[in-house]
Structure formats: C-alpha cells, structure tokens
Design a protein around this ligand. Structure first.
Ligand code: SF4
Length: 379
C-alpha cells in the first residue's frame, strides 16, 4: 500500500519485545513499521484519560500506544482481535471509536488471531496491497522464528540476571542481542543472528554456583509479557537472586493458536492446561484463566520455589482464577503471590510485597533442605 509514492506507516501496540517480530513481517512485505515509543507513564496517562474508568489496564496502555503512534505520524494502527469471552473481543471496536472521537484520522486495521495462518495472510495482503503467497509465508515464518528466539533470549537473560557478578551486565548484553535479531531479514541472516545473539548473552560474567530461587510467573498474558505494566517484575526478582520462567509467552500462544498441529512438537500450553486444570476448572472461562490454574499445578509438580500470578484490576477471568487458588492448596503445596495491577499501583508497596515473598520462599527452601538432611542422617 503506498501513499503519494511513500510507504504507508503501520503501528502495532507494544507488548514486551513483540515489536521486533511485527516489524520484521511488515518490512518483509514492503510496509514501513512505525514503532511507537515504548510504553511509559505518558502513554498510560494518555490512555487512561480517554478510556472508561473500569476497563482493564492493557486496554488503556494499548490506546495510549496508538495515540502516540498517530501523533508521531503512523497512517495505520493495527490491532489484534479475538472472539474470546472477555473484553479482548471488544477492544478493537472501542479503540476504533475512541480514536475517531478524539478526531484522529488514522486508519484502523484488525488482525484476527484465531484465524491462524489464514488470518495473518489476509492481514498482510490487506496492508501491503500485494498478493504474493510465497512472500507472505516467508514474512510469517520470519516473524514467528523471531518470536521463539526472543523468548529464548529472555529465558537466558533471567538465568544470567539472577547470577551475574556485576549488576546490569546481563541486560546490557540482552539489549545488544535484541538489535542483532532485529537486523536479520532472511532465514540465513536469522540463523547467523541467533548464534551471535546467544554468544552476546554468554559474555555475561556470572556465578554458576550461586544458590538462586526458581519462580514461575503466570497471569494475564499482556501483563506477564509487558515490562511496563508489570513494573519489570522479572528484573526486580533477578536483583533478588530469583530466576523466573514466564508461563505465558507469545511463542507458547503461537504453538496453540497459529502453528498447524502437524508442525508442533510435544504438549502445548493449552493441552497441558486442559490436562492439569480439570480438577479445579472444568472449562475455558475466557482470557488466560484456564492456563493460570494449570500453571499453579505445573509449578507444584516441578517442585519449584513459588509462583506469582499477575492480573489487571477488573480482569474478569483472572478474578476467577485467583479465587480458585485457595481451593488448590489441598493438592498444591507451593507459595502463590497474587498481584493486581492498575494505574494506581505504587512501586514501593509492590517491591515490599515481592521482598516479603522472596524471604518466605528462601526460609521455606532452607527448611525443606534441613528436613531432607535430617531424614538422610536417620537412614
Ligand atoms: S483477559 Fe482480562 S485484562 Fe485481558 S482483555 Fe480480558 S478482561 Fe481484559
């Protein structure tokens, strides 16, 4: 799609590092990605000002991203849509109306997530004005491969951050690694970039023998993946010597919703959710509730030190899952910290809760280790 011989600029909302994958798919089909400034307090205040008061936090932040994108010169704003039972299904129409009420002229375009590859194909066709199946397939594969690499890099970052010798070193290498992945535009370049990016991460000086805690992070996917909305929980925990694992990631979502069954390996997150959540929640109630309930059981099964559940204030599915956790205590002996976030959440109180939780997990771990030692001595 071209405007006065200029490329159309298309903006997507932020959610962690996903902008790198979107940008790759758009560039591949000849469309210019417009990457709005990363979500900030300004984004939040813009979004909040023009949103219904009780709507969930991701809506406010996405709207804020779009306002900043349009004011920065984006011609199109692209939003994902899903037919879910929760408010996500309404986001598209509400955002479109809000932007038009504010007098912005930007065009609005939707990507229907649950149409899988077909939905992505149609989106690229519409946005590029081309009809080139081979090119679109290459763009989709490139973007999806980037998503998997980015998630693996985050896992690496979490490992090194909890053990690094100099505070901030792992993150410095991570930022360089992201730039390397961002620059790759073909399969061959991406293969090379992947090796370089992981080699960059491996430059971090760390103590492999440091005793760390292991914590899973579950909750509403936007909050789990987006560091602004979760107040960079992974970084804060890393500073306290905690290695985290995000239970909800974009790559796990792709395996469930986009990648055809024939190309998947092993059990997907949704398949595991259906298996492990069943005793507590019989069916999908929208959002990520089913996955969150199963994530508690999965974390317990692996014997890790704790699980944190993050959800936006007024998120209906996550209110349900938080109310199921107490009933899981009979079978799941794992510390759970529920955190509810909104635009009023202050940093100091939030950090105090994290510190107290880490302290609790540390004492519990020591107690378990002592008990084991005593049992072995008796044998
Ligand atoms: S899952 Fe919760 S936060 Fe996300 S769109 Fe639905 S209601 Fe809102």
């Amino acid at each position: 799609m071209k405007k006065d011989n200029k490329k159309i600029k298309v903006a997507f909302p932020h959610m962690g590092t996903i902008y790198i994958a979107w940008a790759a798919a758009l560039r591949k089909v000849g469309v210019e990605p417009f990457i709005p400034p990363y979500t900030s307090k300004k984004t939040l205040s813009l979004g909040t000002k023009h949103s219904p008061e009780a709507i969930c936090l991701p809506y406010k932040l996405i709207l804020g991203n779009f306002i900043e994108a349009v004011e920065g010169g984006a011609d199109y704003v692209a939003m994902i849509s899903s037919p879910g039972i929760c408010r996500l299904g309404e986001y598209g129409a509400c955002i479109k109306n809000a932007l038009s009420d504010m007098g912005y002229k930007a065009n609005y375009i939707e990507l229907t997530l649950y149409d899988g590859i077909k939905g992505m194909y149609n989106f690229l066709k519409q946005i590029s004005g081309k009809n080139d199946p081979v090119l679109f397939l290459r763009a989709i594969i490139l973007a999806m491969r980037k998503v998997f690499i980015l998630d693996d890099l985050e896992t690496k970052l979490s490992y090194y951050r909890a053990r690094e010798m100099t505070y901030g070193e792992a993150e410095k290498h991570f930022i360089k690694a992201l730039k390397i992945i961002d620059g790759a535009m073909t399969t061959r370049q991406l293969n090379k970039a992947k090796k370089l990016a992981f080699a960059e991460m491996d430059k971090t000086k760390y103590n492999p023998n440091k005793e760390v805690l292991y914590v899973d992070i579950t909750g509403e996917i936007y909050l789990v993946c987006d560091k602004f909305s979760n107040q960079d929980i992974v970084k804060e925990l890393g500073k306290m010597g905690v290695q985290t694992r995000k239970s909800l990631t974009v790559s796990s979502f792709l395996k469930d919703a986009i990648i055809p069954k024939a190309f998947r390996k092993g059990e997907t997150h949704l398949q595991r959710a259906n298996r492990l959540a069943k005793p507590y929640l019989m069916r999908d109630i929208g959002g990520d509730a089913l996955e969150c309930v199963s994530d508690v059981a999965y974390a317990n099964e692996r014997g890790i030190d704790g699980i944190i559940h993050i959800s936006p204030f007024t998120c209906m599915p996550e209110i349900m899952s938080q109310n199921i956790f107490p009933a899981m205590r009979a079978n799941c002996d794992i510390p759970i910290l529920p955190l509810i976030m909104d635009e009023q959440t202050g940093k100091a109180g939030y950090l105090t809760r994290l510190e107290a939780f880490v302290d609790l997990m540390r004492r519990r771990k020591r107690k378990i280790q002592q008990q084991k030692k005593q049992e072995e001595a008796i044998k």
